[in-house]
Structures are given as structure tokens and as C-alpha cells.
Design a protein around this ligand. Sequence first.
Ligand code: ZN
Length: 144
Amino acid sequence: MTNYKFKRTIIGKLPYGTDLLEGLTQLVQKENIRCGRIHGIGATTHAVVAYYDQNTKKYSPMEFKGGMEILNLQGNVSIRDGKPFVHIHILLSDPQGKVFGGHLMPGTKLWASELIIDEFEGEELVRGQDENTGLFLWKTGYPS
Ligand code: ZN
């Protein structure tokens, strides 16, 4: 853990039909946001989220066809392979209000979105493969 200074906030939407993960990745790379926090709400026409199985160390994807509400989207921007990388978890609800969620995967298409991205200045959070989990986690820790 280290200290970060708030730099700026970007608020807006991505166009109808955008792939959510791809659209956010392109946005942070274009804006050169290297450390940040992402929040959002909206709706999807098709969603793909995953559960990371700690035993197999693999993502199991789940697909939600048809309209779902994005009740909450939360994530961060850090550095992987030298480039800004987006990591998002998302909560979705179906027409009965049942909630599902997971790690956002490619293939999630937006129907609507309202996104807030906060950019911070400070030491870059760089991802690297972690031997305990198999995931690409932050190398920065506490104490570091
Ligand atoms: Zn995740």
C-alpha cells in the first residue's frame, strides 16, 4: 500500500452495443490512465462474467443472454505488460431482481452505461503472475 493523489475524474457513457471490457480498456489506454478506479451502472444486452475456481485456477464463464441491469460495476486500472489494464467486477440483475455477478469477461455488450473513472497519481501498480493463485496480481503490497 502506498499513497496516491487524486488527479481527475472522467464521467460519461460508452456507445450502445460497445463491448464493455474492450471499451473501458480502449478508453483508459487512450486517456493514458495508468492508475485508477472505475464505477458504473447501466444495462447489458448480453453479459459474460466468470468465477475463478481456486482449485483448477481457471475462470469458469457464465453467460446472461437478454437484458440485465448493471446494479454495480467496480474495478481498477493498473499496469500489465506495460500497458493500462482494466479489472472489473460486476453485479447484474435479471427481470425478477435476482442478482448474479462475477469477473467481467469479453463479450458483454452495453445497452446503456453511466461510468465514472477516477485517475490517481503515484507509484504504478504493476501486475505479475502470482504463484499462489495463478492470477496476475499487483506486485506492490504492504509492507512492500
Ligand atoms: Zn476479477
